[in-house]
Ligand binder design. Structure first.
Ligand code: ADP
Length: 752
């Protein structure tokens, strides 16, 4: 990152280093003079011979007038009234043996000294007002024309590169947790890009951040240049606070770090938003490169404009993002609220569940069913993760940008789910939505030579250097995803509320429909009952009068007439049995179950007795492999089910001997059972004619028969409908499996 980002400040075990603002030395591209309140020279950098033709020792303790003219001293005196760190710049000329020398004088006050820095001035360096205006106004105009933050920051990098002519200019942005990333870059084409790299918060320790907010620019023209010591009259003198000094020397580790990157010169401008360090503009050059003080001031000035413009752009871009998320969310909620199956709607690609919170993968979990969208861990991993969440997380909404640090198994799927945002929609029903983000991977080559990573001092203590710092950085950054923004978390919460609302209103709707259905069912049943009951009377009349006609008036009719009357008679018999079936079914609709413990073996004996009595000629081979259980059921009704099924098994049979097996089995023993079947399954199996698969459902409809009246002993087509009704009254299910020509098995459960 920036020159002081990796510094010994991060290393608590390092006792050899001065605090960053008290290095006791400066960079050699200028002279530093520390003055006391009387403006006497208190400390001076050990390079005055080169710039001022004077030995430092000759200057120490002298009044400033030994160097500067009265007007120049007056400027410095004014500085005493200003607040600490407030910088005044003025032109300085100093007479030396070689003639007049010109400097940029930069002066500010600390708590106990006045610091004067002199940077030699080259006449070519001077930027005229028009030159300055030309440089800045075009950049500002361009920046103001940008419409979004990305474009803006990219232009910032480009404009800075134009002004500084450095090889690479990057814009860093700090996240809420202090970690940083390269968000814009302008560079020489042959250099490899660093755009998108991420850095942990510890790369810039608090004192360094503090310095950046105080001193808006930092310039190191030559990282290889030898630092120059400050010399004081008294060796025990307190070190000079160089917090605001541009010439402050550079930490050796920082030098190594940047040299490993192939960087020789650096200019860093702080970007401040709401008095906080928002980011940095960092310009790197591969060879030593001097920039005049004036040019650096232009860069700093432009940085201030960028900072103030940043406020609007950031707010806009954040608002834009929030608005986009919100509109996505309302579109999404509308879609799922209209869908018949909102889970299906949840996982539809558009508008996407992922885009709602800018995730790369998601899992929708309903009880044991898991549906995956995008890049995710596999279903088993998601299932285990949910179990972990159930045991460790109590919140309804939980988010982390480093799941593997909380749940070590997640290391196995860090590439898809280092970040997790989890929403518990319903605790009772185990409804969850999980969103995932991958590990943010950074590969960085600046780590340097591992052998130089640690410096062991004579006393055995170790100080941190770039390599160690890099490892530390890697450790922190690994297993970490981009953090979840508040607006994304809010969106997830809003989705939860919407889903709960939808589910509730759907349940309400369903309850209403059920009520309505129950009412119309009741009405229908009582109508069917009344209708069939009332129909029986005229029918009986038809039957009776037809019988009388046949018995008493047969001699008056010819053969055809008698035939017709016979048909009327048999039709009325058939109609009566149809009406009876209808009556039975409608009665069932109003019947209350009388469940009581019933030994099904006994019940079956009664059924078989009745069947045998009515069908004596029947050849039935009955097999009951295991005794049946005793269960709580309505014995009269269950008797009816067994009777219907056994008679059917015998009727729809073309074999010389009908084989019928009756039994009970555990649902687990069956491969093909309806959903939610957990009760004992009863079955009636025959070796009859079988049923084609497409009739498996229809045969349970009222009056549905697959054969003509004449075939297989006829029937009303109501037996199975009645059986189904009885089974359902018990809270059970009935279904059939069959093989045409080989036989059928009817299964049913009776709930509990
Ligand atoms: P039905 O009074 O006509 O027997 P059901 O409702 O009991 O009426 O049966 C409906 C139809 O299902 C029957 O007409 C028959 O075609 C078919 N069916 C019922 N049970 C069997 C079976 N065990 N084997 C073959 N077909 C059957």
């Amino acid at each position: 990152m920036s020159p002081e980002d990796i510094t010994t400040q991060t290393n608590s075990d390092n006792s050899h280093d001065q605090p960053i603002h008290l290095p006791g030395s400066i960079q050699p591209y200028g002279v530093l003079i520390a003055l006391n309140a009387e403006l006497e020279i208190w400390q001076v950098s050990n390079n005055t011979t080169i710039y001022l033709d004077k030995q430092p020792q000759d200057l120490l303790g002298q009044p400033l007038s030994c160097l500067l003219a009265t007007q120049q001293i007056a400027v410095i005196q004014q500085c005493l009234e200003k607040k600490i760190g407030s910088v005044t710049t003025f032109k300085v000329s100093i007479t030396t043996i070689d003639g007049e020398r010109y400097f940029d004088g930069i002066v500010h006050r600390t708590s106990n000294a006045v610091i004067l820095e002199l940077e030699p001035k080259n006449s070519d360096d001077e930027v005229s007002f028009l030159g300055f205006h030309g440089l800045v106004s075009e950049a500002i105009a361009n920046l103001q024309n940008t419409t979004n933050l990305d474009e803006f920051l990219h232009l910032v990098a480009t404009e800075y590169r134009k002004i500084t002519a450095f090889d690479r200019v990057m814009v860093y942005r700090f996240a809420e947790d202090g970690a940083g990333s390269v968000v814009a870059e302008a560079k020489r084409e042959d250099l490899s890009p660093l755009l998108g790299l991420h850095f942990p918060a510890t790369d810039i320790p608090t004192p360094v951040r503090q310095l950046y907010t105080q001193c808006l620019h930092r310039f190191i023209p030559d990282l290889t240049a030898q630092a120059v010591q400050l010399i004081a009259q008294d060796a025990n003198n307190t070190p000079v606070d160089l917090s605001w000094s541009g010439l402050r020397s550079v930490d050796p580790c920082c030098i190594t770090y940047h040299q490993n990157m192939g960087v020789a010169a650096i200019l860093v401008i702080a970007l401040i938003k709401n008095q906080q360090l928002w980011g940095l503009i960092s310009a790197h050059h591969q060879t030593p490169q001097h920039l005049s003080y004036e040019l650096r001031k232009i860069c700093e000035f432009l940085g201030q404009i960028v900072s103030s413009e940043l406020g609007h752009k950031v707010i806009h871009s954040e608002l834009d993002y929030e608005v986009r998320l919100k509109s996505l969310q309302s579109e999404f909620v509308e879609l799922i609220s209209q869908a018949d199956n909102f889970i299906d709607a949840l996982i539809k690609p558009q508008p996407s569940l992922l885009a709602l919170v800018s995730a790369t993968g998601a899992a929708v979990c309903l009880d044991h069913e898991i549906t995956l969208v995008g890049a995710t861990p596999n279903k088993e991993q998601v299932r285990e993760l949910i179990t972990w969440v159930d045991n460790h997380v109590s919140e309804r909404l939980f988010s982390t940008d480093s799941l593997p640090k909380l749940y070590p198994e997640a290391i196995n799927f860090k590439n898809t789910a280092s970040g997790l945002l989890l929403l518990r929609i319903s605790q009772i029903q185990r409804y969850y939505i999980l969103w995932f983000r991958p590990e943010v991977l950074q590969t960085i080559n600046w780590a340097g030579n591992p052998n130089t990573s640690r410096q062991t001092h004579i006393d055995g203590s170790v100080s941190l250097c770039p390599r160690t710092s890099f490892e530390k950085w890697q450790e922190i950054v690994q297993l970490t995803a981009l953090p979840w923004k508040q607006c994304e978390i809010d969106n997830a919460l809003a989705l939860k509320n919407a889903i709960i609302g939808i589910v509730l209103s759907k349940a309400e709707e369903l309850a209403k429909i059920n009520q309505e259905l129950e009412r119309s069912n009741r009405e229908l049943a009582s109508f069917a009952y009344a209708a069939s009951h009332d129909l029986k009377e005229p029918l009986r009349g038809i039957y009776n009068f037809s019988t009388i006609l046949i018995e008493d008036y047969a001699q008056l009719l010819d053969e055809d007439g008698i035939d017709y009357l016979q048909t009327v008679l048999s039709l009325s018999v058939r109609m009566e049995s149809l009406i009876n079936s209808l009556l039975r079914l409608s009665q069932l609709g109003q019947t209350e179950l009388h469940r009581q413990p019933t030994d099904l073996n006994e019940l079956l004996n009664q059924v078989l007795d009745v069947i045998n009595a009515s069908r004596q000629q029947a050849q039935i081979h009955l097999l009951i492999p295991r005794p049946l259980p005793t269960i709580a059921c309505d014995a009269v009704l269950v008797n009816e089910v067994f009777t219907n099924l056994i008679i059917n098994a015998w009727k729809y049979n073309d074999k010389t001997a009908a084989l019928i097996e009756i039994g009970s089995i555990n649902p687990q023993e069956l491969s093909n059972i309806p959903k939610n079947t957990s009760f004992t399954v009863f079955y009636v199996k025959d070796n009859g004619i079988g049923i084609q698969a497409h009739h498996y459902q229809t045969i349970f409809r009222l009056f549905k028969r697959l054969h003509s009246q004449e075939k297989y002993g006829g029937g009303t087509g109501a037996g199975l409908a009645i059986s189904k009704k009885i089974v359902e009254l018990h809270g059970g299910q009935i279904w059939v499996e069959s093989s045409v020509g080989k036989g059928s098995t009817f299964y049913f459960t009776l709930g509990q």
